[in-house]
Design a protein around this ligand. Sequence first.
Ligand SMILES: C[S@@+](CC[C@H](N)C(=O)[O-])C[C@H]1O[C@@H](n2cnc3c(N)ncnc32)[C@H](O)[C@@H]1O
Length: 229
Amino acid sequence: MSGVFAGLVRPAYRSVRRTATAVLFERRYGVRTDEVVPLDAFGLEHAERERYGATGWLTLRAILPRRTVTADDVFVDLGSGMGRVVLQAAMMYPFRRVLGVEIAGDLHRIAEANIAANRHRLAGRDVSLVHADVLDFEIPDDVTVAFLYNPFLGSIFRTVVDRLVESVDRNPRRLRIVYGNPREEEALLATGRCRPVRTLPGLRPGREWSRSNSWRLYEVLPRPAGERG
Ligand SMILES: C[S@@+](CC[C@H](N)C(=O)[O-])C[C@H]1O[C@@H](n2cnc3c(N)ncnc32)[C@H](O)[C@@H]1O
């Protein structure tokens, strides 16, 4: 796509999407999630940490079919921002527990307000928001769906993926990883333990824009029998 075309199409697309999100999600649920906020707004900028931007409000149900989630499942959004996906996971699925972890205190507090505004829609669902750097967060060994919308890169990403795999080794179970704008997919596949099982292609003109809108669902494979200690 030529630069001029991209320069015209992208802002128009974003403006239509923002209007639809405002009417169909933000106003409907009385929440504030549809912003883009760089982490330097909070003095938290770091080469491996990504800015806040919310997952499209139709994405979760497309990449994670509701019928594949049961009341035994536990969801965590690693880098939960203003809590859009935490709210959707708690409202739309039968998860036993829903967690969100966010490094920026201001975003974490907005997420708390968004959840509080919708308590009556959560049917007593167990929802916890944790204000922490993901590196200081101990991933619970009962998590079965880990959600990552391009929250971090490089060594932070590899550490988190290693911890998810280690968690399955400690407590063998079906663990799925949802990954949006999967910039670090190679690192995920390099573990030899993550198998893609579903893809939502970005379907946008141009390679970069397409990737930034694409989503993958992976399953963490059990440790091979010969490697069990
Ligand atoms: C692209 S946003 C995704 C927000 C949310 N998960 C969603 O999909 O709507 C990435 C989020 O990850 C957070 N983040 C980045 N590095 C982090 C870290 N080390 N620990 C916890 N959160 C982090 C950012 O502050 C940001 O809110």
